[in-house]
Design a protein around this ligand. Structure first.
Ligand SMILES: Cc1cc2nc3c(=O)[nH]c(=O)nc-3n(C[C@H](O)[C@H](O)[C@H](O)COP(=O)(O)OP(=O)(O)OC[C@H]3O[C@@H](n4cnc5c(N)ncnc54)[C@H](O)[C@@H]3O)c2cc1C
Length: 464
């Protein structure tokens, strides 16, 4: 094992995937790390202060210092790294594996993903536009998004239905003359609070009577300034407002957009959301690994704090703490491999062919992150649940990972059902093995014996 405990990001690449990472990506990875450590993390306090304190301020401005970070990131060539090179020509030319390693480092600062134009929900929305948009849609929305000039929101979830079953999505889309007319409610519209959010990608129902429930939905691009839209309130995440981004509760009342604002065509809603949510899920998972590493740093810092001893020794001399540290290291390293495996599956195919691997990462990684955060919070005692460390805020967001982009249960159900499709093959294989063993015994003139057979009996019972 290396004695150097301060390895750079490129030196920490897991050996299993190192050969899949180009020299250019390795260099960029170290530049990302330097940018995060030397520019983003030191700027976090300035950003918070510029954000303001009142709801009015926090959702009407965006901290100007973010634009300075974006300028610097662009100069360093750290821009749009999330768009994988084998699927899109518009990105920075990295694979999903390479971006996965970068996203992990970006997650160490709450500012870094946006500073490099790699922040959700824009990343997924840009993928939708790049993959399915017409030339006109790309010119109007993709170009300014790729340049970081505007932001966007993805509006699928609704307050009055169970949205994890997307066939329930109910916002009504009706064709009237040259327009689509939208009526309905959405909530958890992340990013809608930001004054720079100029476009909503809205999923709704245009063909409710179609016998195929997967062809009833469409996706429409709605400029945020279209008349008839009301953002009623922002929703908090365990009390955090996530400003200026926020999560909006929005209604649409006779919102009219031209017919060419539909994406891909009527009835293509499901196809589009499947294409969008796959990469979105893996990006969340990649960032969660970075968050887990950050939580582990806080854990280590606290258990080695010489000022805070209990029962005569620092926490790291209490064995239970070292054991927790080891468990976190194992869980994070395992989770990273699951994420990189999913990234590789997308690189080798696409998000649809990598569905299984993405679902595995979507379920496993938040668990690893939550476990490490829980241990770190515990080690910090009361300080861990307040604003003096980032742990409480990180925990709040980690907890949502088991719900966003479809709750765990839905992914587990799908994974379990697919795995169970092997049932017939498994049963036949085991029967074949059993018969083969019996045949091998008989070929040697032997009989199957249970060495634990005792056959001990008290004899027949007495007759009445
Ligand atoms: C921080 C945050 C950000 C979000 N951002 C966005 C966004 O930008 N855009 C957007 O459209 N949405 C967004 N969402 C919403 C999110 O995607 C939904 O909350 C999620 O899909 C679940 O839908 P629901 O809340 O309607 O829960 P429901 O569908 O009502 O499900 C409730 C619960 O039922 C259980 N359940 C569901 N299906 C099954 C099953 N098959 N088997 C067993 N149990 C099941 C699960 O425990 C689930 O949590 C966000 C949510 C959060 C918390």
């Amino acid at each position: 094992m290396s004695k150097n405990r301060n390895l750079s990001a490129s030196q920490r690449i897991p050996p299993l995937v190192a050969h899949l990472v180009s020299d250019r990506a390795k260099k960029a990875l170290d530049v990302v790390e330097k940018f995060v450590e030397e520019d983003c993390i030191p700027t976090e306090g300035v950003w918070q202060t510029q954000l303001g304190t009142t709801t009015e301020q926090r959702f009407n401005t965006h901290p100007h210092v973010m634009e300075e970070l974006k300028d610097k990131a662009k100069k360093l060539g750290l821009w749009n790294m999330f768009l994988p090179k084998n699927h899109f020509k518009e990105g920075a030319g990295f694979s999903n594996i390479e971006y996965g390693l970068m996203a992990e480092v970006l997650a160490r600062s709450g500012l870094a993903s946006e500073a490099t134009n790699c922040a959700a929900p824009d990343t997924g929305n840009m993928e939708v536009l790049a993959k399915y948009g017409t030339d006109a849609q790309k010119k109007q929305w993709l170009a300014p998004l790729l340049n970081g000039e505007i932001r966007s929101a993805f509006l699928m979830t609704e307050p009055d239905i169970a949205s994890s079953d997307a066939t329930n999505i109910n916002l009504r889309i009706v064709k009237e003359g040259n327009s689509w007319v939208l009526n309905g409610s959405k909530w958890w519209s992340s990013g809608a609070g930001d004054p720079r959010c100029k476009v909503y990608i809205v999923m709704g129902k245009n063909d409710p009577d179609n016998k195929n429930p997967y062809l009833q939905q469409s996706v429409i691009l709605v400029p945020a300034s279209t008349p008839g839209i009301t953002i009623h309130r922002m929703l908090s995440v365990f009390g955090y407002d996530d400003a200026p981004h926020g999560h909006g509760h929005i209604t649409f009342e006779n919102v009219r957009v031209p017919l060419d604002h539909i994406v891909l065509g009527p009835g293509k809603g499901f196809e589009i959301i499947q294409g969008r949510l796959g990469p979105g899920r893996i990006h969340h998972a990649m960032r969660s690994i970075g968050a887990a590493e950050k939580a582990l740093d806080y854990f280590i810092a606290r258990i080695n704090d010489p000022k805070k001893t209990t029962f005569g020794k620092p926490l790291h001399e209490h064995e239970i703490m070292v054991e927790r540290l080891a468990k976190s290291r194992i869980e994070i390293d395992a989770a990273r491999l699951i994420v990189l495996n999913a990234a590789l599956a997308i690189d080798n195919g696409n998000a649809a062919t990598a569905k299984k691997e993405i679902a595995q990462a979507k379920v496993l990684v938040p668990e690893a992150l939550a476990n490490t955060l829980d241990r770190a919070i515990q080690a910090w005692g009361a300080a861990g649940v307040c604003q003096d460390t980032p742990l409480a805020n990180m925990w709040a967001h980690a907890r949502t990972m088991r719900i966003v982009d479809g709750p765990d249960e839905v992914h587990l159900l799908q994974l379990g059902k697919n795995e169970n499709k092997r049932a017939q093959v498994v049963i036949e294989k085991l029967e074949k093995q059993s018969k083969a063993k019996a045949a091998a015994l008989s070929a040697k003139g032997l009989e199957k014996k249970d060495i634990l057979y005792i056959g001990k009996s008290t004899g027949p019972g007495s007759k009445l």
